[in-house]
Design a protein around this ligand. Sequence first.
Ligand SMILES: Cc1cc2nc3c(=O)[nH]c(=O)nc-3n(C[C@H](O)[C@H](O)[C@H](O)COP(=O)(O)OP(=O)(O)OC[C@H]3O[C@@H](n4cnc5c(N)ncnc54)[C@H](O)[C@@H]3O)c2cc1C
Length: 380
Amino acid sequence: MSQDQSRPSASGLDVLISGGSMGGLFTGIALARSGHSPTIYERSAGALESRGGGIVAQQNIRRFLADHDVVDPDAITTRSHERRFLTESGDVERAAPETMVFTSWDALYRQLRDAFPDERYRTGAKITSVSPEAATATIADEAERAADLVVAAEGGQSTTRAQLYPDAEPEFASYLAWRGVVDEAALSTACVEAFDGTFTFYQGADHLILAYFIPGADGETEPGSRRLNWVWYDTLDGRDREAIFTDTSGTERRLSVAPGRLRDPVRRRQRERAATLPPVFETLVGETPDLFVQAIYDLTVPSMVADRACLLGDAAFVARPHTAAGTAKSAGDATALADALASHESVDDALAAWNQRRTEYGTALVDRGKKMGDERLNLR
Ligand SMILES: Cc1cc2nc3c(=O)[nH]c(=O)nc-3n(C[C@H](O)[C@H](O)[C@H](O)COP(=O)(O)OP(=O)(O)OC[C@H]3O[C@@H](n4cnc5c(N)ncnc54)[C@H](O)[C@@H]3O)c2cc1C
């Protein structure tokens, strides 16, 4: 195949990555391992502030950690061995053996961050615009920077996506995920015993809550030092979304309110609603020092590639959390990009192949998430 001399071949590329959370780090590590030169630009000034929540450590995440010598996956994961559904009164309605592997956002982020060189991870560096044809990006207060490829791993509110596809907006699914994390040591013995070793659910008429153990704040996996993570999908129940998403500083957040930033009346009202849950979940919500909330939304893009700019992870597709696939998808996007560049002579061919494969996957995952969520919240 003849090679366009003005375009680099698919090896040894200078890659500018915008966004230094999971998607940016998976991409940086995977591309560096394949002989490229990635640099990450993260708009936040310091280490990213954890929301402390749990993540299902899908097999491809564990494989990534092991294959790229990031960490032994067993060192930062917990396991459950049974999926259990409770009745409203708290009895076990049904249970089935099933092994699930979990980690926490902070433990995973820390390991990925440590595996990526500091000199190639720029903080306080916001990408303000991208020129896809020229593969250049403008960093706030700095000159334009040229690269061979720009990857925007900027999350659900990506500015590069807004620039490339202004019509691709997050679509609110009309319900919320209330979340919380509690240190195991702070829980009552009854609560620990009720949830230990299980992935436990309660399905109400129009809400759903689940809980599982995740590693402790410093990644500890031993019983006694873990944390219990819960997610409670609930409708607005007549409440005003704007009021819920206006945080303690009076700022209206678009998609989530972080731990410590929910206003008192909002937190109180949700705690009161916990009386509709099985007693063990009511206790768990009551024992949680800090609730946080995120809007459930769907997001798709028509294409993940525009010339020499790529959208990756949540910047491209956001599937509802019922799929338990957000972080796994960003790991999958990153490894597929490195693989595509390794198996094609030209960058354009590699990006075309990657785009087709991952756009199909993202679209199907978002569809699956919509079905799962609407069914569980009785929204159909
Ligand atoms: C601080 C934080 C905590 C989280 N905690 C949890 C959790 O506890 N549980 C869970 O399931 N999921 C959590 N998530 C979401 C989860 O990380 C993502 O859904 C998933 O892993 C996909 O990641 P992503 O890298 O595509 O997007 P995100 O994780 O959203 O990361 C996007 C990153 O890009 C940066 N960025 C955005 N725009 C620009 C720009 N123009 N220039 C430079 N940088 C930019 C952001 O600051 C952010 O760091 C969290 C995300 C963040 C940012």
